[in-house]
Design a protein around this ligand. Structure first.
Ligand SMILES: CC(C)(COP(=O)(O)OP(=O)(O)OC[C@H]1O[C@@H](n2cnc3c(N)ncnc32)[C@H](O)[C@@H]1OP(=O)(O)O)[C@@H](O)C(=O)NCCC(=O)NCCS
Length: 194
């Protein structure tokens, strides 16, 4: 555990690099954050440039936390070094070692398996580097793409919260998914053995 420096985290996957945000990411982050389709099921957005700047500054601030709680990561496609989206791991319960995952892709890059690839790397990081016992993720019940990503990384549905959010003018249901450490470890050791 903790084989990497948690003050500057990087994760590599087959096609992606997940790295912490930089000031220079503003334009690429705003490209998806200002998009109504991308933010349709999210509690934020579509953003003004000022709102995206506040988000980015907050993310840069998280890098200075001691100990770290939130890891907001840019998703970079290795093929052309473009920022294609963002993802995050947040320790939501330090005592019980529970973390939450999040992800958002620029709609230009949907459907390439990037979110699944990134979410798998986040889960690996949360269990293997942060020592989490459980990771969770939530999505709007109508956000089938996001639910599919959760299922694809091995998460199971825990509950459906009914009309628990009021977003962009309508009441929304939320799906809560999770995976426990033992299940993740078993699944991934089985994958390695195949
Ligand atoms: C949800 C999101 C992250 C998926 O990103 P992505 O990179 O396109 O996802 P993947 O390519 O890894 O797809 C994973 C699976 O979801 C399916 N999927 C993706 N979008 C879908 C949609 N709108 N409806 C149904 N299934 C969908 C894919 O077909 C794939 O399954 P398959 O491999 O069996 O074909 C992306 O659409 C997004 O950023 N949406 C806006 C932000 C958001 O909703 N974030 C999640 C917040 S909870």
């Amino acid at each position: 555990m903790n084989s990497q420096d948690l003050s500057r985290v990087t994760m590599k996957t087959k096609r992606l690099t997940l790295r912490e945000f930089q000031d220079a990411d503003l334009a690429a982050v705003h490209d998806y954050a200002q998009d109504a389709e991308t933010t349709k099921y999210l509690e934020w957005g579509p953003n003004t440039l000022k709102e995206t700047t506040v988000f980015l500054n907050e993310s840069l601030g998280f890098q200075k936390e001691k100990p770290r709680v939130t890891f907001d990561m840019a998703i970079i496609a290795d093929s052309d070094a473009r920022l294609v989206g963002a993802c995050s791991v947040t320790i939501i319960d330090k005592r019980k070692n529970i973390a939450a995952l999040g992800y958002v892709l620029n709609s230009k890059f949907w459907g390439h398996g990037y979110a699944t690839e990134a979410a798998n790397a986040l889960a690996k990081f949360a269990f293997e580097e942060l020592g989490m016992q459980k990771i969770m993720a939530t999505c709007d019940a109508l956000n089938f793409g996001s639910e599919s990503v959760m299922k694809k990384i091995g998460m199971q549905k825990e509950q459906k919260l009914s009309k628990d959010k009021f977003i962009k003018g309508s009441y929304r249901d939320t799906l809560v998914y999770s995976i426990e450490r033992a299940v993740w470890m078993q699944k991934n050791s089985a994958d390695v053995a195949q």
